[in-house]
Structure formats: C-alpha cells, structure tokens
Design a protein around this ligand. Structure first.
Ligand SMILES: Cc1cc2nc3c(=O)[nH]c(=O)nc-3n(C[C@H](O)[C@H](O)[C@H](O)COP(=O)(O)O)c2cc1C
Length: 376
C-alpha cells in the first residue's frame, strides 16, 4: 500500500513534504506578544517531528487583538525579533517541516484570562482592555461589551493585518493563515449571529463578507508571491440562523479568486450558547464540500487521531491535508508512528535514527496491532 498522506503537496508556491499539519495552538505564554523559550522548544520539537507543516498559533496583529496577556503578537519590532529567534533556531535543528503562522484579531473574545486562570473576561485587577467587534454585543454574560468598529477602526485593523503579514514574511514564514474562525473578529463580522450592523459591513452575506475579503485582498497584494496564503474558517456556526456551509463555499470561492491557496475547515465558536456536535472527523464533510464546490485546497481538522483515518481522509479526496492539534501535544512523535502503521517512510533526525522500526522493535513489542499493520 502506498500512503497518500505521506506524499508531497504543493500548497500554492510552497511544497510540503507530506500532508500532515500541526494545527495552530495558542500557548498563552508570550511576553507582551513576544515568543520566549517556551515557544523556542515548542517550535523546535515540531521542526523534526516529521510533519509537513507547523502552524504557529493565533498571533495578534495589534496588541488589543490578543485573546489573553499571554498571546503571541506581531505588532512590534520586539515581537518580530523574538519570533525570528525561535524560527531561525527551529530551522537550524533541521527537519522537513515548513513553517506557517496564523494571524488574527480576537475581537470581542479579547481581554480574557488564560485558560488555566479561568478563561473568562479579565477582571478589573487583571489589566483588562477595551474590545472591538462588529456590533456592541458581548460574547457571553460577564464578558466585556465591545465597541462596534467604525470606519477608522476597520481601516486600522486592515492595515495591522497587512503589517503583521509583512513581518511574518520578513521573519521567513512560508505560509500565512488568516484567522476567520472561532468567533474571533473576522468570524464575528461574518456571522449574522454576532454582526447586527445595518451599514455596508452588515446585513446581507455580501456586506458581512466585505471587510474579511478586503483584509484578504490587502494581505495577498502585500505578501511576496513566494508565501502561501490561506484562511481558517468556522465553516458553520451549527445554527440555522448563523453562518452556514453554503456561506463558506461562497466565501471560499471569493478567497480563491483573490489568490488564496487553501481553506482550513473548522467550525463553531461564535457564541457559547451553541453546542458543537464533536465526534471523530466531525468537520471533515465541511472540508470536503468546500474542496469540491469552491475548487480550493482544503485542510481537515478536528478529532483526527488515528493514522488510518487521516490516510483515508486524504486518499479519498475529502481534503488535501489533515491538521492535528491535541494528538500532537499528546504525542509529538505521531508522524513516526503513523508512518510505521501505514508502511510509509518518515523523516528522523540522525540523532534519533535508532528508534526506526527497522532498528528497534520497541513499538511492536508494546503495540502488536501496529506491527501487524506495518507488515501488511
Ligand atoms: C491548546 C489549544 C490551542 C488552540 N489554539 C488555536 C489557535 O491558536 N488557532 C486556532 O485556529 N485554533 C486553535 N485551537 C484549535 C485547534 O487548532 C484544533 O482546531 C482543535 O483542537 C481540534 O483539533 P484536535 O481534535 O486535533 O485537537 C487550539 C486548540 C488547542 C487544544
């Protein structure tokens, strides 16, 4: 059997060595937006993990666009220098991973506590800040009431996206992803649940798409053509009055026309009142529809854990790439084990070569079914 998961993929101008992606994951550990030693070790370990692409966490394009005091940013020269230090070090380690970064603005979900501090809105003693959104409606009870953006605010944030993307390209990131998911600012503007405006930025789908599309257009025009650009969408709000998969197909077509290279299909997050039907691969059909109906490359994500499942998603043409988040926190060696299971060849740094299955029977001793699959 030849694994499709382990074949290269051209993500626009960037060739990925395989279709396995480390999903963007906030670490809530930065110092005023600047990466530190935590990020250094986090990025370095995934450089040689065997994954084809490592996506750096949601990175705020302005200081007030951070979710928490610990979120990464690209709004200052210090942020840029700190991220460059980590990226350069991760590249020096050697390994196949290409590096991308997700840039975004938290909107009305900004000014929050780190998850391990409670994850609620910052209290007055915790140095909170004023938030912005499409409309002046808080995310939930007890959350800050955001200011509805005016024309100057839209313009400032669009410029900040461009400046952040340019910093990312200057540091050497090869992939930039616009965060349009999970209830953060761009999704907040797209969804009729959170956007109640009556001006040119609200009302019809076309009006709600106006600002996110203008950001995508400005960022694509500013970035060098050697940098791939994509977007992560909440492809559905899981509510009939909300943003739907049909809306996402329309948006994805527009983003493709602007020159975006891929869509990552996530979902939910616009309000805590809507429950998401989480199950293995639950968002894969969203990636599949966007891929087939908008004709753009997609990345599937969400409870993809089993290598055979990941292989099946890519081999059956439901998505071009799969992203894993928690599975990689649990097991940064996921790719090596997946390669054994799928009979594919993974990259190992020479220092760790001796755990290859040809040289060490360890995994087969503890997981006989893995040995069986590898032998097939
Ligand atoms: C610790 C953690 C941090 C996350 N941070 C981000 C983020 O920065 N941007 C984003 O789009 N999604 C973020 N997510 C969501 C993941 O990228 C992913 O979509 C989600 O966890 C589902 O995938 P999984 O089942 O493989 O974990 C985060 C998830 C986790 C567990």
């Amino acid at each position: 059997m030849t694994s499709k998961l382990f074949t290269p993929f051209d993500l626009g101008p960037v060739r990925l060595p395989n279709r396995i992606v480390v999903a963007p994951m906030c670490q809530y550990s930065a110092d005023d937006g600047s990466a530190n030693d935590w990020h250094l070790q986090h990025w370095m370990q995934f450089a040689y993990s065997g994954a084809g692409l490592f996506m750096v966490e949601a990175t705020a394009v302005e200081r007030h666009g951070r979710i928490t005091h610990g979120c990464l940013g690209l709004y200052s020269d210090s942020n840029e220098d700190a991220a460059k230090r980590c990226l350069d070090a991760a590249r020096r380690v050697g390994g196949p991973a290409r590096f991308g970064i997700q840039i975004g603005h938290a909107g009305r979900k900004a000014s929050a506590q780190r998850p391990w501090e409670g994850g609620k809105a910052l209290e007055p003693r915790q140095d909170p800040w004023a938030t912005v959104a499409a409309s002046s409606i808080p995310f939930d009870q007890g959350w800050h009431t955001p200011d509805a953006l005016d024309e100057a605010g839209f313009s400032r944030i669009r410029d900040a996206f461009v400046a952040g993307a340019l910093r990312a390209a200057r540091i050497g990131f090869e992939v930039v992803e616009l965060h349009m998911a999970h209830g953060y600012l761009l999704h907040n503007i797209l969804s009729p649940i959170s956007n109640r405006r009556t001006d040119q930025y609200g009302g019809s789908r076309e009006s709600r798409m106006r600002f996110p599309l203008s950001v995508a257009r400005a960022v694509r025009a500013a970035l060098p053509t050697s940098v791939a650009l994509g977007a992560r969408l909440s492809a559905t709000d899981w509510h009939e009055q909300g943003w739907t998969i049909e809306d996402s197909v329309v948006l994805a077509r527009e983003l493709k026309a602007i020159g975006l290279d891929f869509i990552c299909a996530s979902s939910g997050g616009v309000t805590p009142a809507i429950k998401v039907p989480v199950a293995p691969g639950y968002q894969v059909p969203l990636a599949e529809r966007i891929r087939s109906e908008a004709g753009i490359a997609t990345r599937a994500v969400g409870l993809i854990v089993d290598p055979a499942h990941a292989e099946q998603i890519v081999a059956s043409g439901k998505a071009d790439m799969v992203a894993l988040a928690r599975a990689f926190l649990d097991n940064p060696r996921w790719v090596w084990h997946a390669a054994q299971r799928l009979g594919a060849k993974a990259f190992y740094p020479p220092q760790y070569e001796r755990v290859r299955d040809a040289q060490w029977p360890g995994l087969k001793l503890v997981r006989p079914e893995g040995a069986k699959a590898a032998a097939e």
